[in-house]
Structures are given as C-alpha cells and as structure tokens.
Design a protein around this ligand. Structure first.
Ligand SMILES: [Cu+2]
Length: 133
C-alpha cells in the first residue's frame, strides 16, 4: 500500500477543490448578488399571477419605514435577457415606471392600508402590500 497520499498532499488537493468552487461561483454572470430589497419579481414573472412576486402578500409597518423596494430578478430563464416590468397600484397610489431586469424601484407609503398592485405590461401579475401603523 504505497499509494496513501500524505496529509500535506490531501490538504493541497482540498485547497485546489475549494479554489475551483470559488472560481466557478464568481464566473456566473446571470446570478449576481441582488441588491437589498423587500420584494423580488421572480424569473418568468410575466406568465404568473400572485407567484410573480415574493413575498406576496407583503406587510410592513410605518413605525419602521414605509419604504418598499422591489427588485426585478426576471433575468435569464425562459426569456433570455430578461423582462421589463412596470408596477402600478390598482388605486393609483403609486406608479414605479418601467423597471428593467436587475434594477430596483421603491415607493414610500405614508398611510396605513391595503394596496393591491399589478404590472401594467402583464396585468396577470398581481400583488398586495399591507402597511400597518
Ligand atoms: Cu410585467
């Protein structure tokens, strides 16, 4: 049995594997670390209903902050380069404008209430924000 690797060689091999895993993780261009957000627009959201947003419904307290941020993670997947979305509240309280893939958009609520919203481009995408005092 002359083939047992020395502890030193095993450590070197483990380090090489770890380096390879790290390099693979860094080489992915389709899944960068997303920016801080409250709600994510998921991949292929344009063909979804309530599942287009996560979490959904979403609740936040004015005592903390009325600011809600959406991140458009609808990038890659079945639609390749990504899909633009345009979130508006059903009752006209907010209009986030066109939101490209990998971009965030925010609105700051100033009153407690329930705010249903949808995508103006894909009206099947529906969500609800609940703002508590
Ligand atoms: Cu949309």
């Amino acid at each position: 049995m002359r083939s047992h690797p020395s502890p030193l060689r095993r450590a070197a091999a483990a380090a090489a594997v770890a380096a390879a895993i790290t390099a693979a993780g860094c080489s992915s261009s389709t899944s960068p670390t997303p920016p801080a957000s409250d709600i994510t627009i998921v991949q292929n959201a344009s063909v979804m209903t309530t599942g287009a947003f996560t979490p959904n419904p979403f609740s936040k307290s004015l005592a903390t902050s009325g600011k809600v941020t959406w991140f458009n993670n609808d990038f890659g997947g079945a639609y390749g380069g990504g899909t633009q979305h345009h979130l508006v509240s059903d009752n006209g309280v907010f209009d986030l404008g066109a939101q490209n893939p990998q971009q965030t958009a925010s609105f700051t609520f100033t009153a407690a209430g329930t705010y249903p919203y949808h995508c103006a481009i894909h009206p099947n995408m529906v969500g609800t924000i609940t703002i508590t005092p």
